[in-house]
Design a protein around this ligand. Structure first.
Ligand SMILES: NC(=O)c1ccc[n+]([C@@H]2O[C@H](COP(=O)([O-])OP(=O)(O)OC[C@H]3O[C@@H](n4cnc5c(N)ncnc54)[C@H](OP(=O)(O)O)[C@@H]3O)[C@@H](O)[C@H]2O)c1
Length: 315
């Protein structure tokens, strides 16, 4: 990861460079962030390693909520290289803005240039590169809960554990209204956090489940859960941060319901054509009604990461 950009002009300048030829100015930081002072990467020797920074952030994420803000304020960006600064600036908003009313919800998707998160047959491994995969595992480690739709479990058989970085495993949640998933799937059977299997009232899983799996049955309307009910399940178990890891349909439902605080959208330089869409639901009746969130853009290896703040959205 490297530079972040404060204006469309700055972004346009950098998009014109070739990452693979080292065209980006990785030390450049433009624009401040949420009260954090930004410094040039050349201003002081690097003192803080990524491992130290990440351990500090993990500790703050999972410790006393009041401590989180203090930790971010205490970290001195002059002692960090650009990669550490980017991680701090991507994760600080998740740390310092706990919500009193419901869990904070952040989603991540990796899409192609033409807006696909998978091929039509469901193949999606991998669209983005190693840095974005590390980022996804950091999101898992930072949040208390990771949630996916049934189709992602069916297609990917994902374990949703933390393996690429240090940090605790999140509790795993799957939305499976008709209980169509097999209990053999890794989300239910592999090492990791406990699993909450959310099904409709009329569709309890047939097979026996282990004591690491909690089945929660919720009301559906036309096959859909009220996502406020899903968040209530999460809150009632004391969880404060929810990471929605896909797929596109599930993230779209959270967006449409106005229950997404941030969307991390990784854009990879690949064209898929006719694949599964990132956002699969209409979000506005006309173009002028479509949400335009405030964004910050990060250089993420071969990819770009758009950090969309959906609380700062026009119109
Ligand atoms: N590139 C990436 O970042 C990324 C990330 C994750 C997954 N993927 C890929 O994306 C594909 C799957 O994504 P997808 O968009 O097709 O499906 P998805 O979002 O994984 O799952 C959608 C399904 O989840 C259930 N669901 C979601 N929201 C619900 C709600 N509010 N109420 C009730 N049920 C709800 C429904 O299950 P029913 O169908 O049973 O009704 C729905 O059809 C796979 O190919 C996977 O490999 C890519």
């Amino acid at each position: 990861m490297a530079a972040q950009y404060g204006s469309a002009d700055d972004r346009a300048r950098n998009v014109g460079s070739d990452k693979r030829e080292g065209g980006q100015d990785s030390a450049r930081v433009i624009g401040g962030h949420d009260g954090n002072t930004m410094h040039s990467a050349n201003s002081s020797p690097t003192a803080m390693t990524m491992a130290t920074l990440w351990a500090t952030l993990c500790d703050a994420f999972h410790g006393d909520p009041a401590r989180g803000e203090r930790v971010v304020v205490a970290l001195d960006q002059r002692e960090m290289d650009q990669a550490c600064r980017d991680v701090l600036n991507l994760f600080a908003p998740l740390l310092v803005t706990p919500r009193p009313d419901r869990p904070l919800v952040v989603a991540h998707l990796a899409q192609s240039l033409d807006g696909c998160i998978a091929q039509a047959n469901g193949e999606s491994h991998w669209i983005s590169g190693d840095e974005d995969l590390d980022h996804t595992h950091r999101l898992r480690a930072a949040c208390d809960v990771v949630l996916v739709g049934a189709e992602t479990v069916e297609r990917d058989d994902c374990a949703l554990s933390v393996r690429r970085v240090e940090g605790p495993h999140p509790v795993r949640v799957v939305l499976d209204p008709t209980a169509r998933l097999s209990p053999d799937r890794k989300i239910f059977s592999s090492p990791g956090g406990a699993t909450i299997w959310i099904t409709g009232h009329d569709h309890a899983p047939q097979a026996e489940t282990s004591d690491r799996i909690e089945v929660v049955q919720l009301a559906t309307r036309q096959g859909q859960f009220e996502l406020a009910d899903v968040l209530e399940v999460v809150s009632a178990r004391g969880h404060r941060r929810l990471f929605v890891e896909g797929g596109g349909i599930t993230v779209s439902h959270f967006l449409e319901a106005g229950l997404l605080d941030r969307l991390h959208l990784a854009v990879a330089p690949v064209l898929i054509g006719g694949g599964r869409p990132t956002i699969g639901l209409p979000l506005g009746p006309t173009l002028s009604h479509c949400p335009r969130p405030a964004i910050r853009v990060y250089d993420m290896g071969d990819d770009w990461l758009f950090d969309c703040d959906l609380r700062l959205t026009s119109p």
